[in-house]
Design a protein around this ligand. Structure first.
Ligand code: NI
Ligand code: MN
Length: 231
């Protein structure tokens, strides 16, 4: 499983299939790709309706034929925008696509789509995703504050890698994210959702320092957009 950081909270995971998560690319000055650079994708996961996560997901699904996976309400919005291949889900549920198990988990955050005035869509609840394929698993926390049930996510799904927001203001900051790592107990944690704008400026080394202070059996891998790791 190759996990490639595209910037902000966007990742491309390549295993037997290509999975794109929260592809905020065209309007992200720090993204390493434009949506049109993504020629192949099978599944696009969107954690919630905020523009920095919904991003270019529609365009990528249209260009590649990928299945759009999100909370039920967001898939209604996607269908209204012309996507035919969608899979709606909700917190606690798991779906399977081509041998890949995708579980929607809790995220403490808010959500909306900027068309409330037109179509009246709510963005549904924000979620995180746990994705399992064969004996590998990763957890993308989406936008969230720290919550203690992250321990359950760790115990139930035993993710090899956890992708955690550290930007503060809208999500956990470095200190809270280090606590999240303590609960999740993944082998690797990757910080995300920071330094995209000045509002979420953070030093990822500080996150690493907090994790080290907790003496966890967890490696912090700081990725620049375009970097990847393999598990
Ligand atoms: Ni958000
Ligand atoms: Mn966000």
């Amino acid at each position: 499983m190759k996990i490639e950081y595209l910037g902000h909270s966007a990742f491309r995971i390549t295993g037997s299939k290509t999975i794109i998560i929260d592809p905020f690319l065209n309007k992200n000055p720090r993204a390493c790709l434009k949506a049109s650079d993504i020629k192949k994708a099978d599944i696009v996961l969107v954690t919630h309706g905020h523009g920095d996560h919904l991003g270019d997901s529609m365009e990528i699904c249209k260009n590649t034929g990928a299945i759009f996976v999100a909370i039920h309400e967001l898939t209604l919005y996607a269908q209204e925008n012309g996507l035919t291949k969608t899979e709606g889900m909700n917190i606690g549920g798991t779906i399977e696509i081509d041998g890949i198990q995708i579980t929607a988990v809790r995220a403490d955050h808010s959500s909306c789509i900027n068309v409330m005035d037109k179509g009246g869509y709510s963005g549904g609840n924000p979620i995180g995703f746990v994705v399992r394929e064969r004996n590998k698993a990763f957890y993308h926390a989406g936008d969230t504050g720290l919550f203690k049930d992250m321990k359950l996510i760790g115990e139930l799904y035993k993710p090899d890698v956890a992708l955690l927001p550290i930007g503060s203001r809208y999500t956990m900051g470095p200190r809270e994210a280090a606590y999240a790592a303590k609960y999740i107990k993944s082998k690797i944690v990757v910080p995300m959702h920071y330094n995209t704008t000045h509002l979420i400026r953070q030093n990822p080394s500080e996150f690493k320092m907090f994790v080290n202070e907790l003496e966890l059996d967890t490696e912090v891998r700081i990725l620049e957009p375009g970097d990847y790791l393999e598990v």
